[in-house]
Design a protein. Structure first.
Length: 209
């Protein structure tokens, strides 16, 4: 199953499953932007209303769409959904700081942030509920993080000496994490549970058939 966006002057959502494309829009939205679909066919995404405010939405396989917001947030941006339907992402506050949220299937939303920096952005959640993302540390460095399902433990993701930037992209059901880092040029990394980060900086070459 695949989900994504399409459009010209406006963006709409679509799913592709078993050879069938289904298009959809969040009611009243001028932008409908799915970000991920889980194995049950539930879609999580973001939508933008006529006032250019961003909200979260979840779409069930029967087409029912529910929008949601983190209470008190100026914008809500889902980034990932797991097989259980738990959604993670980030939200903006009135002061411009961005922190993370976890939305359970019943609609319960809990927020969290790591350290004392201006942002914590959750970008991925796996089957077990382990969450990964990026945050700003006290000294303005930008490491990644791994958060346990119950939120009791958080570990930093480091790639050697502090890079200029580090961006976590995703986590799989085995707990492996991938993303990018750089010191002026961009490289990829993979973090396997129980091992050190594997840095990937080889050049990709195009092949012809």
């Amino acid at each position: 199953m695949v989900t994504g966006t399409y459009g010209n002057t406006a963006l709409h959502g679509f799913t592709f499953a078993k050879g069938v494309v289904t298009t959809f829009d969040v009611s009243g939205a001028q932008v409908t932007s799915p970000v991920q679909i889980n194995n049950e066919g539930v879609v999580a995404g973001q939508c933008e209303d006529a006032q250019y405010e961003t909200h979260g939405f979840v779409r069930t396989p029967d087409g029912t769409i529910t929008t949601f917001d983190v209470p008190g947030a100026t914008s809500t941006a889902p980034e990932s959904i797991n097989e259980s339907g738990t959604i993670v992402g980030y939200y903006a506050k009135a002061d411009g700081h961005e922190f993370s949220f976890v939305r359970q299937v019943d609609g319960t939303i809990k927020t969290f942030h790591i350290g004392k920096g201006r942002y914590t952005v959750a970008v991925g959640i796996n089957r077990k509920g382990t969450i990964t993302g990026d945050f700003e540390s006290r000294n303005n460095q930008e490491p990644g993080f791994i958060r346990s399902p119950d939120g009791s433990k958080t570990k930093r993701i480091k790639v050697g000496a502090p890079p200029i930037f580090l961006g976590v992209a995703a986590i799989n059901n085995h707990g492996a994490i991938t993303g990018t880092y750089g010191y002026g040029t961009g490289h990829g990394f993979i973090r396997i549970p129980g091992s050190e980060v594997r840095r990937q900086s080889s050049t990709l070459q195009r092949t012809s058939s």
